[in-house]
Ligand binder design. Structure first.
Ligand code: ADP
Ligand code: MG
Length: 258
């Protein structure tokens, strides 16, 4: 199983939207896919139509109680896509983790029985606390959504520093698979300029695919389905399909199941 953490300590940059729609695109392409909701807000769970009452085993139990992955994962309405949902309990996990044994490797340990899946996406919370750290330690790759706004690059150096620390102390194999520009508005010349600047600084790390600002992407969660299902032909959905193809090209080639 390849594990991809989707992280950026800024809120509202498109992490959850990216996690839901990339996971859906991979599932639609035949990958057995797992989405792990690691944000106490549980937006990825809500966006996939998982009712609060159906979250009795969640990422909290996986991290804190030592519950197994098979106990915590459940099916979604999307074929081949399972989710480990999140509840508000997870906000307390950050504190419980401080004194826990192996506090940075709880998620990695929780993912050992992963034979059911080809790929997992982790939707990280908007902070660089212990939850995100668990996400990075468990991950093979980091994907960073970056909003096309004036302060886009601010905070990125802090994130990259955290990645370096994780590489040095816990997970030397962690790599950055790419940076995705989100909420691009072609009518706004500032976002154009920002996209250009980001590419100049980060070069090939930035995916060619740019996710446009698209109202369908923001409407879909209230219907409990990914945008890719809500309106598979809208500009946002098409961008996420393109992004998935680009991402697949950047991953180690998948071995065919025996
Ligand atoms: P994060 O997980 O980083 O906090 P979200 O994915 O939840 O960010 O996005 C923040 C808000 O912006 C949400 O209301 C979401 O529906 C909306 N949104 C995300 N991406 C887009 C986009 N490309 N176009 C329009 N709205 C978007
Ligand atoms: Mg989010």
């Amino acid at each position: 199983m390849i594990v991809i953490a989707i992280a950026n300590q800024k809120g509202g940059v498109g992490k959850t939207t990216t996690a839901i729609n990339l996971a859906t695109a991979f599932a639609a392409s035949g990958w057995r896919t797992l989405l792990i909701d690691l944000d106490p807000q549980g937006n990825a769970s809500t966006g996939l139509g998982i009712a609060r009452a159906d979250r009795e085993n969640s990422s909290f139990e996986l991290l804190i109680d030592g519950a197994s992955l098979s106990e915590c994962a459940r099916e979604t309405s999307i074929p081949l896509l399972d989710i480990v949902p999140a509840t508000v309990d997870l906000s307390g996990a950050e504190i419980e983790l401080v004194s826990a044994e192996n506090r940075t490797q709880r998620l990695r340990d929780g993912l050992t029985d992963h034979a059911k899946y080809d790929i997992a996406f982790i939707d990280c919370p908007p902070s660089l606390g212990l939850l995100t750290l668990n996400g990075l330690v468990a991950a093979d790759k980091l994907l960073v959504p970056l909003q096309c706004e004036f302060f886009a690059l601010e905070g990125l150096s802090q994130l990259l520093q955290t990645v370096e620390q994780v590489q040095q102390r816990f997970n030397e194999d962690l790599g950055i698979v790419g940076i995705t520009l989100t909420m691009f508005d072609r009518r706004n010349r500032l976002t154009d300029q920002v996209a250009e600047d980001v590419r100049e600084v980060l070069g090939d790390l930035v995916f060619d695919t740019v996710v446009p600002r698209n109202v369908r992407l923001s409407e879909a969660p209230s219907h409990g389905v990914p945008a890719l299902v809500y309106d598979h032909n809208c500009a946002g959905s098409r961008a996420y399909m393109d992004l998935a193809r680009e991402l697949i090209d950047r991953l180690p080639k998948r071995r065919k199941a025996a």
